[in-house]
Write a protein that binds this ligand. Sequence first.
Ligand SMILES: [Zn+2]
Length: 170
Amino acid sequence: MSGAAYYICPRCGRPIDHLERRVVRRIGKDGKVHEQVYFYARHYARGPNGEVISVNGQPKIEKKCYLGPEKYIYASKLHAALGLQLKGLIEEVVEGRPRLKDYLDSVREAIERQMAETKMSSHTAQKLASALEGLQALTARLRQYAEERAKAEAEAKAKGAGAWTQLDTK
Ligand SMILES: [Zn+2]
């Protein structure tokens, strides 16, 4: 099966059985047809041995998680000023790239750039330094969390041997 991979739902942490791509078309104020693509993660109901439970030949959906639009349109002036590249949750799923890491990288680059151009006031620099100390304190807890999640994910993967995400490309 092409496009198959093992994805964890960023909303609920369960394996994604089916990635639904929904296209919504509407007529805008300009009279033209606008298309927006939204993604949903489908989680199938499973029996005690991890088998998918079917109803009328269709997998029974136990849970559906909204993953957001294909493209996030960000109008925030603050984010624009920082030069942040905000990305949709879906990229995290499809590309396996943690969005939050991209944010942190963008923040680091923006801080470095503003320092290099001496565009940052002393007040802002102090505030940022305090905020970064708060983040630093998270590191140990984050590593512990990663270890716990790795175990839970390995168990989920072992249980639902057939839990490979189907990419909906219609
Ligand atoms: Zn989910």
